[in-house]
Design a protein around this ligand. Structure first.
Ligand code: 13P
Length: 252
């Protein structure tokens, strides 16, 4: 299982580094049985690079610029993210799509650029409540994925792809889809991937209000290979409970 801690813009660099350092031994222990990916603010990557070099804890970025170099004021090159230790990068997070108007084509181009640099893209997809209530969930997910899969065509050898299904209405709301609903969606996504890109290596993750409470129902979801965790990743004990649940559900 893959567990991604997305700190978003919730912590300053000193706070993010302290959170990781204060719990380093435990993060390392978690990373022996699972893939643990920490996505701090980009300014903290370099400070955490040594830790990731000396352990199996992985670092990820939360977004990246659209090119490796150029006149893109304020953006961070994916090559620079790699130089600072990032081996994963989120693309198309709903907050990027909503607040910064990133579209499917831009998300696909970033995913391909990351793959060429051997950074694993974590492609975020998800529908709004309006889409869901109109019965359009799968159509939206397929629309978001299709350009990404085309852009990654031929790059399968470089890195796998992680696909994070994050329903927009579940993010930060305390609400999660039922395990039955998620299993249906993940089965459909698996079939879609098998049809479109039979040779691509990928994992399906869920994100949106993952906590030590909601993990109990999420653990029942079929085809689930990991979790993308926002708010709960800011409290290490809460994050640990989520990861531990997948290893020993009976004792939780
Ligand atoms: P929450 O876990 O805070 O709902 O955030 C989910 C998310 O957006 C992770 O990328």
């Amino acid at each position: 299982m893959v567990f991604i801690a997305n700190f978003k813009m919730m912590l300053t660099t000193p706070m993010a580094v302290k959170l990781v350092n204060d719990n380093l031994a435990d993060y390392k222990a978690l990373a022996t049985d699972s893939t643990i990916i920490i996505c701090p603010p980009a300014t903290a990557l370099r400070d955490l690079q040594k830790i990731s070099n000396q352990s199996s804890i992985q670092l990820g970025a939360q977004t990246c610029g659209p090119a490796t170099t150029g006149a893109y004021t304020g953006d961070i090159s994916p090559a620079d993210l790699a130089a600072c230790g990032a081996t994963y990068c989120l693309v198309g997070h709903s907050e990027r799509r909503n607040l910064y108007f990133e579209n499917d084509v831009q998300v696909a181009a970033k995913a391909a650029l990351l793959a060429t640099l051997h950074i694993t893209p974590v492609v975020c997809i998800g529908e709004t409540l309006v889409d869901r209530e109109a019965g359009n969930t799968l159509a939206i997910l397929e629309r978001q994925l299709t350009p990404v899969l085309s852009a990654l065509n031929g790059l399968e050898e470089h890195v796998p792809v992680l696909i994070a299904y994050e329903p927009v209405w579940a993010i930060g709301s305390g609400l999660v889809p039922t395990p039955e609903n998620l299993s249906t969606i993940f089965s459909a996504l698996s079939e879609f991937m098998a049809k479109k890109v039979p040779t691509m290596t990928y994992k399906l993750l869920y994100g949106g209000s993952v906590s030590s409470k909601t993990v109990i129902s999420l653990a029942q979801v079929k085809h689930l290979h990991g979790l993308l965790i926002g708010g709960a990743s800011l409290d290490f004990q809460e994050f640990k409970k989520i990861v531990d649940y997948f290893h020993c559900p009976a004792s939780n």
